[in-house]
Design a protein around this ligand. Structure first.
Ligand SMILES: C[S@@+](CC[C@H](N)C(=O)[O-])C[C@H]1O[C@@H](n2cnc3c(N)ncnc32)[C@H](O)[C@@H]1O
Length: 243
């Protein structure tokens, strides 16, 4: 299957776009451990970023609406108009300093070395290795030297094997290095223990405990993943090499 083409076409349907957040528990009122952990890790990864941020495949804007106030300007780019319309609705009338744009992440309409950080969630991990490499090159082109690229990846899970994206941290590091990117950090977001522990608190809608479990994943369990150089899946933070 051509993963690049498939991703480009799969979200063109209005119904798919409208159901996206609800089906995955990505609405702000939901208590999704996974979503909370992603936001926590992103806020930490972006804490020193002040300059322009690009989020490719921004989708319904579920991440950017929680990351308002990080770098400025914050540009959210997506190929699907229906997904961008959902993002537009969720951002509210003034957009909160986030600029939405229709475009192709493989052919970005930006000049070289403009962005200080680039984000690409639930997008890069669905691509096959060849397309990932092509994309790293294009994202690297618009990133400043020393800038940050962060995205989620499939680690060592059965599902990932089925989708062909199963990656060890070592293999991820190697493919990034080939593309001039240095893996700085891995946040594990798929720890079975936290998943199981979160279930009753999600049912009882006790948000602080779900958030605390997310904190445990980012601050404690991720360090163990790093020591073992192994992750069931998580978030990679890397830096464009060069001075
Ligand atoms: C699974 S959704 C992820 C949305 C969002 N990043 C998230 O984490 O929820 C994949 C998104 O990638 C977008 N997409 C696919 N191919 C693209 C391309 N070549 N350029 C820009 N966006 C693309 C789709 O339109 C869709 O919104």
């Amino acid at each position: 299957m051509d993963t690049r083409k498939h991703l480009k076409t799969a979200y063109q349907d209005e119904k798919v776009a409208m159901a996206y957040d609800e089906e995955r528990e990505f609405r702000d009122a939901d208590l999704s451990l996974h979503y909370e952990t992603e936001i926590g890790a992103l806020l930490e990864a972006l804490k020193d970023i002040k300059g322009p941020i690009l989020e490719v495949a921004v989708g319904t804007g579920r991440l950017c609406r929680r990351l308002r106030g990080t770098g400025y300007p914050y540009v959210g780019l997506d190929f699907s108009m229906p997904m961008l319309q959902e993002a537009n609705k969720s951002l509210g009338s003034d957009g909160g300093g986030i600029f939405l744009l229709r475009g192709d992440a493989f052919q970005l309409p930006f000049k070289e070395e403009y962005f200080q950080a680039v984000i690409g969630f639930r997008f890069i991990k669905h691509l096959d290795p060849e397309n990932r490499r092509t994309l790293y090159k294009e994202l690297g082109r618009v990133m400043r030297k020393g800038g940050i690229l962060t995205f989620d990846f499939y680690g060592w899970r059965k599902r990932a094997k089925k989708e062909g994206g199963r990656l060890t941290v070592k293999a991820l590091r190697a493919e990034l290095e080939e593309s001039g990117l240095k893996l700085l950090k891995v946040y594990g977001t798929r720890h079975i223990l936290c998943d199981i522990l979160s279930v009753p608190f999600r049912r009882l809608k006790i948000r602080p405990v779900v958030k605390a479990l997310g904190w445990l994943e980012i601050k404690v369990l991720s360090r163990i993943d790093e020591l073992l150089d192994r992750s069931r899946g998580g978030i990679a933070v890397c830096q464009k090499l060069g001075t």
